[in-house]
Design a protein around this ligand. Structure first.
Ligand code: HEM
Length: 305
């Protein structure tokens, strides 16, 4: 039944886009009317509000192809088939954010430059919007035909990772950094939800990479290597929920060299604190599933010698 339901034309392609864009635009519009946009604080709230309508869709796009590998079936096939339209819904949500950012930076310049503007965030955000524009443009055949498939993949993949990373890292800081600063406020429910869903979106990717690799691994890794791999994965999972406990200690290392501290003033995401847990999990999964470390490979290499 779900199978037939997902095949209905109203739940696919541009119909799906229209279906999803309706509530997104309606709620953004109603909220904009409810709040007095003469107040910069209200516009700041509207910026946050509009992003919350967008972020779930970038997470869904991030998971689509991985879910297809992990759980082949009509639902994951539907997701992959429609990821372009779901991605465009994300772009629409971000267009609302862009509108509110424009209102804030244009009509409340002082507030914007005193309260909001932070050089690195500005670079990060601008790169995000450049990627988004390129991704949207190249999702149409006419423009996509002007570049080769390698360039197309490069734009779509790096844009996807960058935008996911932006959203995910915002909620990481909201959970593990700001509440622990002087006068910091407790995280909101939305911070928890969007952080963990963002985490799962990437973890699902790692699982899908691993599943694809396991098929081609000739033999299991040695016990010692498996221990290291599982330790990485478990440590990563532990670190994912405890950023506040290790941030200070880790930053002493990551900022040990002055160049690293200077770089963090402009290089997006540097030194990558929000991503440490996922990097560890991915490294563990790599050790556990890579042919490079498989015992058979080593045995056959010895035989060849
Ligand atoms: C130059 C571009 C950008 C500017 C100036 C900007 C500015 C802002 C501002 C002012 C807020 C509200 C902060 C607050 O209320 O405390 C915000 C929130 C946020 N922005 Fe952006 N942003 C930009 C680009 C982006 C991009 C590309 C993304 C990618 C997804 C993004 C994701 C977010 C998220 C996730 C939030 C938090 C929403 C929440 O509170 O739940 N922003 N941004």
């Amino acid at each position: 039944m779900t199978k037939n339901f997902l095949k209905l034309k109203y739940f696919n392609g541009w119909y799906l886009f229209l279906l999803l864009s309706f509530p997104l635009c309606l709620f953004n519009f109603l909220t904009m009317n409810e709040y007095d946009t003469k107040s910069p604080e209200n516009i700041s709230y509207l910026i946050s509000y509009s992003v919350r309508w967008a972020v779930p869709f970038i997470y869904i796009v991030m998971m689509a192809s991985s879910l297809r590998i992990l759980f082949p079936g009509s639902f994951s096939a539907w997701l992959v088939r429609n990821r372009k339209y779901i991605g465009l819904i994300f772009a629409l949500g971000m267009a609302w954010q862009a509108l509110f950012i424009f209102m804030l930076s244009n009509y409340h310049r002082d507030y914007y430059y005193n309260e909001v503007f932070y050089f690195r965030d500005e670079i990060e955000g601008s790169i995000g919007y450049i990627f988004l524009t390129l991704m949207v443009a190249t999702s149409f055949k006419k423009i996509a035909s002007k570049i080769n498939s390698y360039q197309w993949k490069l734009i779509q993949k790096s844009g996807l990772y960058f935008l996911w990373a932006y959203a995910f890292s915002v909620y990481w800081w909201n959970l593990f950094y700001y509440p622990f600063q002087q006068g910091g406020v407790s995280p909101r429910l939305v911070d928890y939800i969007f952080y963990w869903v963002g985490f799962i979106a990437f973890a699902v990717r790692i699982a899908a990479w691993s599943k694809s690799k396991i098929k081609s691994v000739q033999f299991r890794q040695s016990l010692a290597l498996r221990c290291v791999g599982y330790t990485f994965v478990l440590l990563g999972i532990f670190m994912a929920g405890t950023g506040n406990l290790w941030l200070g200690a880790v930053n002493k290392i990551t900022y040990y060299f002055a160049f690293s501290e200077e770089t963090s003033l402009w290089l997006p995401f540097w030194p990558l604190e929000p991503f440490f847990s996922l990097i560890l999990i991915a490294s563990g999964a790599y050790l556990l599933t890579s042919n490079k470390f498989s015992l058979l490979d080593r045995a056959s290499a010895l035989q060849v010698k």
